[in-house]
Design a protein around this ligand. Sequence first.
Ligand SMILES: NC(=O)c1ccc[n+]([C@@H]2O[C@H](COP(=O)([O-])OP(=O)(O)OC[C@H]3O[C@@H](n4cnc5c(N)ncnc54)[C@H](OP(=O)(O)O)[C@@H]3O)[C@@H](O)[C@H]2O)c1
Length: 284
Amino acid sequence: MKVAITGAGGLVGSTLVKRLTTDHEVLALKHADLDITNKQAVHALLNQTHPDLVVNCAVLNVDECETDPAKAQSLNIDGPGYLAEAANEIGAEIVHYSTNYVFDGEEEKLYTILDPAIPVNNYGRTKLEGEKAVMTANPRHYILRTSWVYGIGKENFLSIIHRQLKAGQRGKVVSDCWASATYVEDLVQRTSEIIDLHHYGIYQVVNEGICSYVEFALEAGRLVGVKESDARELLELIRDADIKRPAKRPRYTPMRCLLSEQVGLRPLRHWKEALADYLKTSMD
Ligand SMILES: NC(=O)c1ccc[n+]([C@@H]2O[C@H](COP(=O)([O-])OP(=O)(O)OC[C@H]3O[C@@H](n4cnc5c(N)ncnc54)[C@H](OP(=O)(O)O)[C@@H]3O)[C@@H](O)[C@H]2O)c1
């Protein structure tokens, strides 16, 4: 297949480019190559290049969605809509990534697509609207909700905490948020399996198991040889509400994928196994 990947410079996009290049002809479109909020440019590029599949990895991050709602609307809703519409016009399929933040996390459960989506921040709201824009514009859609993604290519808490603990650095960690963590390599591998099936709908792609940031940090520390007691000394536990960030985070949003179960895709490996694999690569 010919696959056009937008937002190809980001964490998921860059990992996906590497993975899909082995089996497909890939057009890696970084922000500078295609601004997905430019409707004319989106239509022109897809009409010229004629991909079989468009994969949208462009996004505005959680806090910026809160401080810049107009940009959140154009990047998380309008842009995905233009891509889906232009893909539909040339008969192409579309993959669009979404998030566990479509849920409010008020109940301690594994969230499925049967649960009502009630976002608690503007990122979640615009991602949910983005899903709808894609699904409305193109019936050949795969919506892939994922959660707490980490890997090589982007520095976030999950990807660097092992290094901080190993170096004996002190740091704050949110103690009252739980979700599914997802190793980006597992996410892109599953994406590649899903597009081979041509079964459209909403998937929730995450590693098995539930964790808090604290549990994730302690396991990452243990895997690089930091004792739990030493790690606990270094970590200052704080509540999400105590960090002054523009956007509130949902409290408890681990997910389970009903559609994967239906089409026979096994659950992804447990997050601890995936983390161990990541750390082997990351410490090389
Ligand atoms: N990372 C997570 O923990 C997580 C969790 C749940 C869901 N997801 C979903 O996974 C997907 C990918 O996320 P990610 O973590 O890979 O994001 P990311 O690393 O922040 O990458 C996003 C990319 O989008 C590009 N971009 C920004 N504005 C653009 C525009 N107008 N046109 C084209 N590209 C633009 C950015 O380029 P510049 O930096 O050059 O502007 C960046 O390379 C998103 O749909 C996100 O909602 C991620």
